[in-house]
Ligand binder design. Structure first.
Ligand SMILES: Cc1cc2nc3c(=O)[nH]c(=O)nc-3n(C[C@H](O)[C@H](O)[C@H](O)COP(=O)(O)OP(=O)(O)OC[C@H]3O[C@@H](n4cnc5c(N)ncnc54)[C@H](O)[C@@H]3O)c2cc1C
Length: 247
């Protein structure tokens, strides 16, 4: 195998929801996989299927300061053809070996030299992964040099059963300078927001933050487009709008 790709071991699998699992990955000897990466970056997996190399990207759902490296994968329904997400969620077991690119990549991360001290993380579904990594990485260090001093975290899921990282996200609800909002688009539950955003309601929501925040978004295309359009209508400059497109 070329030096650009390495074999990794699935050390542990955690069921997050009915269709989403977290995979803790180590090197062959069981050590932490990557010494350095930025919260929000992703890795590429490669798998040979019928003589063809299939490649898919997955954000690291762990935070760099944690002592493990993980990805969190939501199974995408697909009628035919190879689905890497189905392979991972349905077939992969603990101790299996996988192939990944030798280092994490991507530019969806907080850059203290460019971004504001207040950040707004807006995600939907499996798009929560890079925002969750950033949240974990920054929550203990808010206000320190090179870290934001305030985080607004808004995540949208279809229903209560679709909430990825439910217990962990709820722990951030009462932390000073973190505003955590979990919204269920088609469901109602105490302690959670409910309903779908329209362009108008999103503009109203974002208006108070337009001058103070850098904005990060990852999720379904329609939701991200609406988010970006809203920010542009509010006059937010491009350098303070960061997108991670999953498809
Ligand atoms: C930078 C980046 C980071 C990402 N991070 C994550 C992450 O953290 N977690 C995560 O779950 N995903 C993530 N993704 C998405 C991931 O890479 C895959 O695209 C996703 O898992 C679907 O892969 P798949 O092989 O199952 O389906 P694909 O073959 O890639 O198909 C994706 C979708 O396209 C449609 N489709 C494509 N071909 C067909 C077909 N022949 N017939 C019918 N429908 C079809 C289906 O709706 C299907 O669900 C990320 C993507 C990028 C680019």
């Amino acid at each position: 195998m070329s030096k650009l790709w390495k074999t990794v071991k699935v050390a542990k699998i955690i069921e997050e929801t009915y269709d989403t699992k977290t995979f803790i990955l180590t090197d062959n000897e069981g050590n932490k996989l990557f010494k350095e990466y930025k919260a929000g970056q992703y890795i590429n997996f490669r798998k040979e299927v019928n003589g063809v190399f299939e490649s898919r990207s997955y954000t690291l759902s762990s935070a760099p300061s944690e002592d493990f490296v993980s990805v969190t994968i939501k199974k995408q329904a697909k009628e035919n053809g190879f689905s890497f997400s189905s392979f991972m969620v349905d077939e992969v077991k603990e101790n299996d070996l996988l192939t990944v690119f030798f280092k994490p990549v991507g530019d969806f991360y907080y850059n203290p030299e460019k971004h504001k001290k207040e950040i707004f993380l807006f995600s939907g579904g499996s798009g929560v992964t890079p925002c969750f990594s950033m949240l974990k990485e920054m929550s203990d260090r808010l206000g320190e040099n090179n870290y934001p001093n305030k985080i607004h975290f808004v995540v949208n899921y279809k229903s209560y059963n679709d909430i990825i990282f439910k217990e962990q996200l709820n722990k951030f609800k009462n932390i000073y300078n973190i505003n955590m909002e979990i919204i269920l688009s088609f469901d109602q539950k105490d302690g959670y927001g409910s309903g779908l955003f329209s362009q108008e309601s999103l503009i109203l929501k974002l208006e108070p933050f337009k001058k103070d925040c850098s904005f990060f978004t990852c999720g379904p295309k329609g939701l991200m487009n609406m988010f970006v359009d809203s920010l542009k209508k509010l006059g937010v400059e491009d350098e303070h709008i960061l997108l991670e497109q999953f498809s």
